[in-house]
Design a protein around this ligand. Structure first.
Ligand code: UDX
Length: 452
């Protein structure tokens, strides 16, 4: 099929390379000249495991442009994957979606059929709004094209974007016309039937079973995305709330999580206590869900509480440190990890950055390290007086405490004894319960985990 993908961010790029790998002819539209230049050179503007390899392997089937109208004329499917940044009230702003769709309609030709697929996370009812924009634009141009709109939310995780795209748990399609469903069925058939040969570096997960295609109405599809992310967020906040109680009563939250996670009704995933959730989705989507509910005069106290617990979690970690050091003003604190989670350089809503801000506000001097996220962190932290260390050993030099904020696998191999000797006082707050407490203590540290 001929696919045009508008917006080459995380979702757009992962989808583009995966679909090209499956044999579709893909044109990616990216307005940012710098990103476009990189993409045309076969380089990825984002850090995502496997993406450059797949870009290379799929280059015959993959093209990039900044001209939406030109890329649309003979496309079978138009995928919208532009950003939907939060407005002041938390609602997702669909300004870029509308503009992308309007420009796409400028390229449509009379007599053709187009299926517009919304992959961006959008407020309830956006499908209808998109159809309205297309119809209005086509009418103005005097073009009579046959247009269908479908909602096809994605559930890919950063750092695992390609794996989640090629081996999804489910594919959700919300559409009102059989034509739209058929088009998406054709698009995803190689994934639904797993007929493709896996890339050597991305083998099919062991025990993976074929993903179900869930077809539903567009509104339900839009809500599925929000509800899924909100549920994940509250699962993490729940275990963080339990972690706080574990500390009071002397229990170990890892044991509690294991014990409850073995119940299949609860499940073992997303029960890792720590600094809480960040990133481009969970914070934004829970806020957007509350904004949608508010529009209808409805309250969602559980989702609200998940957000409150998540914010509190960062402060609790700082208080834990203060409990140990007593005074934070004038202390030197090192933060290990800045990305909102490992395997990505994304620092959006990263708990680590909040730690930097809170500690700086309390008069501490903060040093930071991250294997890849420093350039993005520098932009996000702006003028804040922070020292950026080249490696964890330099970071530790003269520190009164370290906080592990992102569980990068490379940190597992650190020589902790060397690190503790370089510090002023060897305190380690393990904000992700990542280290083995005993080993850390043996390396000379005072070890403080979360809920343990
Ligand atoms: C999320 C959803 O998982 C994905 O389905 C959706 O499409 C986009 O949003 P992502 O933002 O990439 O994906 O990250 P995710 O792996 O969900 O982690 C989110 C945050 O929760 C991270 O900050 C992570 O550190 C934190 N987390 C995750 C925990 O604190 N504990 C856990 O047990 C799991």
């Amino acid at each position: 099929m001929r696919i045009t993908i508008i917006g080459i961010g995380y979702v757009g790029l992962a989808t583009a390379v995966a679909l090209a790998y499956l044999g579709h002819n893909v044109v990616g539209v990216e307005k940012d000249p710098y990103k476009l230049k990189l993409l045309r050179e076969g380089k990825s503007p984002i850090h995502e495991p496997g993406i450059e390899e797949l870009l290379e392997q799929s280059k015959e089937k993959l093209d990039f442009t900044d001209d939406i109208a030109g890329a649309v004329a003979d496309a079978d499917l138009i995928l919208i994957a532009v950003g939907t940044p939060p407005k002041m009230n938390g609602e997702a702003d669909i300004h870029y979606v509308e503009e992308a769709v309007r420009q796409a309609a400028m390229g449509m030709v009379s007599g053709s059929t187009y299926v517009i697929v919304i992959k961006s996370t959008v407020p309830i009812g956006t499908g209808r709004r998109v159809m309205h924009v297309v119809r209005k634009t086509l009418a103005k141009r005097g073009v009579e094209a046959n247009v269908h709109v479908a909602s096809n939310p994605e559930f890919l995780r950063e750092g695992m974007a390609l794996r989640d795209t090629l081996y999804p748990d489910r594919i959700i399609v919300g559409a009102e016309t059989p034509k739209a469903v058929e088009a998406l069925l054709r698009l995803y058939r190689p994934i639904l039937e797993q007929t493709f040969i896996p890339p050597p570096f991305l083998p099919r997960p062991e025990g993976y079973s074929l993903p179900p295609l869930v077809t539903t109405d567009p509104t339900s599809a839009e809500l599925i995305k929000y509800a899924a992310n909100a549920f994940l967020a509250l699962k993490i906040s729940f275990i963080n709330e339990i972690a706080g109680l574990c500390e009071k009563v002397g229990a170990d939250v890892k044991e509690v999580a294991r014990g409850i996670g073995l119940d299949p009704r609860i499940g073992p995933h997303f029960l890792q206590a720590g600094l809480g959730w960040g990133g481009s989705c969970l914070p934004k989507d829970t806020a957007a869900l509350l904004a949608v509910a508010a529009e209808y005069g409805y309250t969602m106290p559980i989702v609200e509480a998940a957000r409150v617990v998540n914010t509190r979690q960062r402060h609790l970690i700082v208080e834990k440190l203060q409990g140990e050091l007593k005074i934070l003003r004038g202390r030197i604190i090192g933060i290990l990890g800045l990305a909102f989670k490992p395997e990505t350089d994304d620092v959006r809503e990263s708990p680590a950055l909040d730690l930097v801000r809170i500690l700086t506000e309390r008069g501490a001097h903060v040093k930071v390290h991250d294997p890849i996220a420093i350039p993005k962190a520098k932009v996000a932290l702006g003028e804040l007086p922070v020292d950026y260390a080249d490696d964890p050993y330099t970071l530790a030099e003269g520190c009164d405490a370290l906080i592990l904020a992102t569980e990068w696998e490379t940190y597992r191999h650190l020589n902790l004894a060397v690190i503790s000797r370089r510090m002023n006082t060897p305190v380690l707050v393990d904000g992700r319960n990542f280290f083995n407490a005993e080993q850390v203590r043996r390396a000379g540290f005072i070890y403080l985990g979360v809920g343990r």
